[in-house]
Design a protein around this ligand. Structure first.
Ligand code: PLP
Length: 1004
């Protein structure tokens, strides 16, 4: 027979008072008064002794083991050894345990302890401070108990939540949903406690820190009493038991958890295994309470203590039944400063480094997207329309664009009780954990990566997911999941649970309003690092106050979708930017395309606009080594954080960079002047040439552009001969551009190059006499503004020879063509077997940072040093040099010069194929390396340049996501000069779109 089956002591108060007076000196007072205290199995009295000091007289059940009572005394003494805890436990006042005979003449053991004067936790108004204090006391107690062991503690005990197998046979005491709850708790005990039990740390435990054994005073725990249930068990039992009662006094389970567990863990760290079992233990304790109550109520209907917490236990276990056990673990891990999801950082790293296929048959970044807001400011929800109305509004808003519903958006669409937070009923789950993609009904879906179907379910409640697919993925043994909600029913028929899915495989179609949970057709796409305890479904929204946990459970799905971040953060409207620009900025700055582009970010050879749309950049040769190159950026900021000054001070980076840059030139060219722009470089080159030659006249090529300053507009027929230009100045002389298509002499004439050379010879000899001395000849080796025209073989060699005969300088403008772009050589002039006297550099030199230079010979530089200082505030500053150096690093490290020849040659070859198929539209493919032009004509007539076709083509391809520009004297040349990281696949894309455009043109 156990102590629970024996009736508690039956006491005659008068006899007891006398007995106490006889046996304890501190009760030798006149009037001993007994006040009964609640207890489950002992009979306890509060008594005032000598000096009004309060004592508790504990009269134990006659069946109580004497050894157990002795043990409790030893335990209390041990706990009181800890200074921080001493006052928390009662002092033992008896020397020996004596026996008192009750009404039934049974020998009942008696102990006397001091009384801790305060309120029971169960009867107190609990606040954060009390809970924190409770956590601290429990932790200190756990620490103190680690150094205590006693054989009497090692026993099997029904109230031990780490072993509730015995309760299974009482399940039938319950019925209906209550039974379900109990069964579920027992099942979770098996999973989370029993299977993990070997991983739990054991020690003696208090065993019953319930809210009637905890004493509170002035927002603090001042006492912890009753050691009758102390056993050797998992140390974490005490925390679990304490929580199972503390939760009963709490409206906000999360806050209580945070207060008690947070402090407990700070004082005495909890292991992840203990966290794993915590909820299981809490619920197990509640199961014990409920089973005991059901059992005992029948037997001892009078003992109120037995069922005192029964109602509260039902309320609490029903609440906890709704808490996902894995979610609870994540919450407690977070409270204990662990990653809520074990190995989350590793998983995210893997996810970020993985490559994904498109989720649709089209690429999300190749279409215009619009953000569909469902937050409280949402205009779509302004009139709080029924969902059907909302559909029409969304469709009207999107037109043909794809809608994007935001991750982590706090929404006001989730209304039912289903969304009440399980850990705090005052909070709701309303933060969206996926990304919604609004596309047309029946749009097919593709798996973005290999996986396996693990959940296929129709969540066919209003506003739920409708047909849903969940795939399991495995990257390097890390499992994670992706969810696709609001599909049509087709996936339920065509897919099977367990089916292996390859990246790109069909996994469903977007469902319509009727089947998808009554939503506007869209995909709810979500990533999950864990499935939690879900079998059919998965929460698509989470609590804001637990967002740091949800973020780890459902990381940003954009890791897979890869929509540029700026699309989400952009607040600027294109129309406003445009109108402000017109207001603030001079109007002769042109804007590309009929429909201007508002770019938000760029990387390598791609741009991303305000619609999160990706564009292949085929024209920005300034971003030579690719947009937003990290190495160049780092070089810039690192140097900028160290030193940025001007050339009047000494710093070594200017020497390092100059050495390296000059090595790319023929030996003779060994002096460098740094400036900031191509114009500045050409302007300085002109000044140097004039100083060196003491001459004024200048020779240039027709259609050339050398810069925007006064002097350079004069040297740029491209400018001075066109709209707004003032025509040619007398000191400027223009050589005809050798144009093999529609020039004075064309390739039809075998001798055509010589004809141009002869004409130039005549001009040079005639114009430059002793009166009109020639200072310099400016040339680009490939005329960019002339229409990507490569100067023919021997042309430059001959002209330079003639120029030198006139003691003038040859100045190669490499502003566009330098730094490996032509492929075979680092500088385009090297293709012509000449060594200029001066070379000017710019554009690609700093990958967008304003740095340019003039390179010349020692002799010329010396002559230029005529007493007048050359000072440039910014030219050659340390930051610019660091940037220039980094650009050279990337060109070298990434073999970009080699890439220019491989990809450039392939490009020209592919364009020539198009030319053969469309001789009516294309007359020639010009250029070298990644500096290419397509000459467009009308009706197959070389002599009819087709400016309209060129403009149409670039505007059309802009809508296909390709950026090109037009140039040449007739603006009929498509200019191609992309970042040097351009790839063959980019070439294929451009060529296929050009072909499509021309085929379409043909059909018209
Ligand atoms: C051949 C050439 N030289 C010089 C320049 C002027 O360079 P910047 O615009 O840096 O002043 C340009 C600019 O387009 C150019 O194409």
């Amino acid at each position: 027979m156990s102590v629970f089956d024996e009736q508690p002591p039956l006491i005659n108060h008068k006899e007891l008072c006398q007995w106490l007076k006889n046996n304890y000196s501190f009760f030798k007072i006149k009037d001993v008064k007994l006040r009964s205290l609640n207890s489950e199995r002992d009979i306890n009295f509060l008594i005032k002794g000598i000096n009004n000091k309060k004592y508790v007289v504990k009269i134990s059940n006659p069946k109580e083991s004497f050894e157990q009572l002795m043990y409790q005394d030893v335990l209390i003494k041990h706990l009181r050894l800890n200074k921080k805890l001493r006052k928390i436990y009662p002092e033992i006042c008896h020397k020996n345990i004596l026996f008192f005979k009750d009404k039934k003449q049974r020998n009942c053991p008696v102990r006397v302890l001091t009384y801790i004067d305060g309120n029971m936790y169960a009867k107190s108004k609990i606040n954060n401070e009390i809970e924190k204090s409770f956590g601290r006391i429990l932790a200190l107690q756990s620490i103190q108990l680690q150094s205590f062991i006693n054989n009497a503690a090692i026993r099997k005990f029904d109230w031990d939540p780490s072993n509730i197998k015995w309760t299974k046979k009482f399940i039938n005491l319950f019925s209906g949903f209550n039974k379900e709850i109990i069964k579920d708790a027992i099942y979770q005990h098996d999973n989370f406690v029993y299977k993990n039990i070997k991983n739990l740390k054991y020690s003696v435990t208090h065993g019953d820190p319930n809210n009637y054994n905890v004493i509170v005073k002035k927002d603090k725990i001042i006492g912890l009493i009753d050691f009758g249930d102390s056993i050797y068990a998992p140390s974490i039992n005490d925390l679990a038991i304490a929580l199972s009662y503390a939760f009963m006094s709490s409206k906000n389970l999360y806050q209580t958890l945070k207060n008690i567990v947070g402090i407990y863990n700070n004082v005495y760290p909890i292991s992840s295994d203990e966290i794993y079992s915590l909820l299981g233990l809490i619920k197990s304790r509640l199961v014990i309470t409920l089973v005991m109550a059901a059992k005992q109520r029948k037997k001892y209907p009078d003992n109120k203590y037995l069922s005192i917490s029964e109602n509260n236990a039902w309320l609490l276990i029903s609440k906890l039944h709704k808490v996902d056990p894995y979610f609870f673990i994540a919450v407690v891990r977070d409270i204990c400063h662990l990653e809520p999801i074990n190995n989350y950082s590793k998983l995210i790293k893997l996810l970020n480094n993985h490559s994904y296929g498109s989720i649709f048959d089209f690429k999300l970044n190749n279409v215009n997207k619009k953000i569909v807001n469902f937050d409280k400011k949402s205009l779509l929800l302004k009139t709080n329309p029924s969902n059907k109305k909302l559909n029409t509004l969304v469709e009207k808003f999107l037109k043909n664009d794809v809608g994007i519903g935001l991750y982590k958006e706090k929404r006001k669409v989730y209304k039912s009780d289903h969304y009440v937070s399980s850990l705090n009923s005052l909070e709701r789950r309303e933060v969206h954990l996926g990304i919604d993609i609004f596309v047309k009904e029946n749009t097919p879906l593709r798996a973005p990566l290999n996986g396996k179907v693990i959940i296929l379910h129709n969540n066919n409640f209003k506003y739920d997911y409708g047909p849903t697919v969940i795939l399991e993925h495995n990257i390097k043994r890390f499992k994670f999941y992706t969810l696709y909600g609001h599909l049509s029913e087709k996936c339920l028929k065509k897919l099977k649970v367990g089916q292996i899915i390859k990246r790109g495989d069909w996994i469903g179609d977007i469902g319509g309003y009727k089947v998808n949970g009554n939503w506007t057709p869209h995909l709810h796409f979500q990533i999950m690092s864990t499935l939690l305890n879900e079998v059919n479904n998965f929460p698509g929204v989470g609590e804001k106050y637990l967002l740091n946990i949800w973020e780890q459970i459902s990381p940003d799905p954009n890791i897979i979708l890869n929509i540029p971040q700026t699309f989400f953060s952009n607040k600027d409207k294109k129309e406003i930017i445009l109108s402000n620009r017109t207001k603030n900025i001079g109007r002769n700055l042109s804007i590309s395309y009929r429909e201007p582009l508002h770019m938000l970010e760029a990387k390598d050879q791609y741009f991303y606009d305000e619609h999160g749309r990706k564009y292949l950049d085929c024209v920005n040769n300034i971003s030579h080594v690719g947009h937003s190159n990290a190495l160049v950026h780092d070089a810039l900021i690192n140097q900028n954080l160290k030193l940025n000054t001007n050339t009047r001070y000494l710093y070594n980076i200017i020497n390092e960079y100059s050495d390296r840059l000059l090595k790319t030139f023929p030996k003779k060219l060994n002096k460098i002047f740094f400036v900031c722009t191509g114009s500045e470089a050409n302007d300085l080159a002109l000044r140097i040439a004039k100083t060196f030659t003491k001459a004024q006249e200048v020779l240039v090529m027709d259609n050339a552009y050398h810069g925007h300053t006064n002097s350079l507009i004069d040297l740029s027929p491209y400018k001075f001969n066109s709209k707004g230009g003032e025509g040619k100045k007398d000191y400027v002389h223009v050589l005809r551009m050798p144009d093999d298509i529609r020039g004075k002499w064309t390739a039809k004439n075998r001798n055509w190059i010589n004809k141009y050379i002869e004409e130039a010879t005549e001009l040079i000899n005639k114009k430059f006499t002793k009166k009109n001395l020639l200072s310099s000849f400016f040339f680009e080796s490939i005329l960019g503004c002339g229409g990507q025209v490569v100067l023919p073989k021997n042309y430059l060699k001959n002209i330079c020879k003639l120029v030198r005969q006139k003691n003038a300088l040859c100045i190669a403008d490499e502003v566009q063509t330098g730094f490996g772009r032509v492929g075979d050589n680092f500088w385009a002039f090297q293709e012509h077997d000449i060594v200029p006297d001066i070379v000017t550099l710019g554009k690609p030199m700093g990958n967008g940072h304003p740095i340019a230079a003039v390179v010349t010979t020692e002799k010329i530089a010396d002559t230029f040093n005529n007493g007048m200082e050359y000072f440039n505030s910014f030219g050659g500053n340390p930051v610019s040099c660091a940037v220039g150096n980094a650009v050279l690093d990337v060109i070298e490290n990434d073999n970009l010069q080699q890439n220019a020849i491989i990809v450039g040659t392939y490009f020209v070859k592919e364009l020539n194929k198009i030319k053969q198929n469309f001789p009516n539209y294309i007359s020639s493919i010009n250029g070298k390396g990644l500096f290419i032009g397509i000459d467009l004509i009308q009706k197959g007539n070389f002599l009819l340049p087709n400016q309209k076709l060129a403009t149409d083509l670039i505007n059309n391809l802009r809508h296909e996501g390709i950026l090109l520009s037009t140039d040449g004297p007739y603006n009929n040349v498509i200019k191609i000069k992309p970042p040097m990281v351009f790839k063959k696949e980019n070439v294929d894309f451009v060529c296929s779109e050009i072909k499509k455009f021309l085929i379409h043109k043909d059909k018209k």
